[in-house]
Design a protein around this ligand. Structure first.
Ligand SMILES: Cc1ncc(C[n+]2csc(CCOP(=O)(O)OP(=O)(O)O)c2C)c(N)n1
Ligand code: SF4
Length: 285
């Protein structure tokens, strides 16, 4: 087994080379993840990256750990199941705003309230990058840069942090692809948090939203400590501009499942499988 304490960020990169467009913000998230892994001396053999589908969801292939490139919007379902079955593993789930807030929106809100001990990184570029620029739930109402939505989507965008708070997420932070060092620190803190940690990353799509290069002029780091009072956090998330970065909210609350709940033994699983065969006639090979 490798001595994780000696690994550098580059040692956590796999032999698969990213095929993102040059300048895509997702490179920065990838670098920040590997930096955080090195800082925490994470054991590759005990770590799993899980994703859905999208440019952002390619990320598990690029990390030298276990990985699961799943079904669109279902990364959190897979990641939570994995963590509940194997609480000894470090699980990071990741994907885009389309993956996590559109088709996977239901899984997102229930993951927030369930509070399974894993990290969820939403790489938000306010667009469906992989499928060539359709509007997503975080696209600005008047985004008029795509022939697919002339004059903009005309619908108010989600506020992911507000949604996460309302659904019960105990740890909420925001990072920006232009500041990978801050992002790496936030990812390390998220992994160490004993519960569901939600990192909202503003990660530019240079191809379909070139105007997002202007984000560097409007992002601003939070100067105050993270809020721990949900009422105050609600006010912040409903009224902020969406570009404040740093740890925004953190509270301690019991994660799920409680430690006393044991995963089913092999015997219990076999009994379950046997009852399934009896009731359906389907046999397991
Ligand atoms: C069930 C299903 N519906 C639709 C698609 C097509 N699809 C693939 S990726 C994607 C959206 C990707 O956007 P996002 O999650 O924001 O990630 P990005 O590519 O911007 O990083 C869609 C709609 C799919 N693969 N599966
Ligand atoms: S289309 Fe956008 S999100 Fe996808 S790789 Fe290119 S820049 Fe990144």
């Amino acid at each position: 087994m490798t001595d994780s304490a000696k690994l550098k960020a580059r040692d956590y990169k796999s032999a698969v080379k990213p095929i993102w467009c040059p300048g895509c913000g997702h490179f920065s998230v990838f670098n920040a993840i590997t930096k955080a892994m090195a800082a925490l001396a994470i054991d590759k053999d005990d770590t799993v990256m899980v994703s859905g589908i999208g440019c952002s969801s390619r990320l598990p292939a690029y990390v030298d750990s276990y990985g699961f490139h799943g079904v669109h919007g279902r990364g959190l379902a897979v990641g939570q199941g994995l963590k509940v079955a194997r609480p000894d593993l470090t699980v990071l789930v990741m994907g885009g705003d389309g993956d996590g807030f559109s088709i996977g929106g239901n899984h997102f809100i229930h993951a927030c309230r369930r509070n399974v001990n894993l990290t969820y990184i939403a790489m938000d570029n306010e667009v469906y990058g992989m499928t060539k620029g359709q509007a997503s739930p975080t696209t600005p109402i008047d985004w008029d840069h795509s022939t697919l939505t002339p004059h903009g989507p005309g619908v108010r965008p989600f506020k992911p942090a507000a949604l996460a708070l309302a659904a019960g997420a105990p740890w909420i932070a925001r990072a920006y692809s232009g500041n990978p060092n801050q992002m790496a620190q936030l990812i390390a803190a998220a992994v160490e948090f004993p519960g569901f940690s939600f990192l909202h990353v503003m990660s530019q799509c240079i191809t379909f939203c070139p105007e997002q290069t202007d984000w560097k002029k409007i992002v601003h780091e939070r100067a105050e400590p993270a809020l721990s009072d949900a009422d105050q956090a609600a006010k912040l998330f409903l009224h902020e501009d969406g570009f404040e970065t740093g740890l925004l909210y953190s509270e301690q609350r019991a994660s799920w499942p409680p430690a006393a709940v044991e995963t089913p033994s092999d015997g219990a699983m076999d009994a379950l499988a046997a009852s399934f065969r009896v009731s359906t006639g389907v046999t397991r090979q």
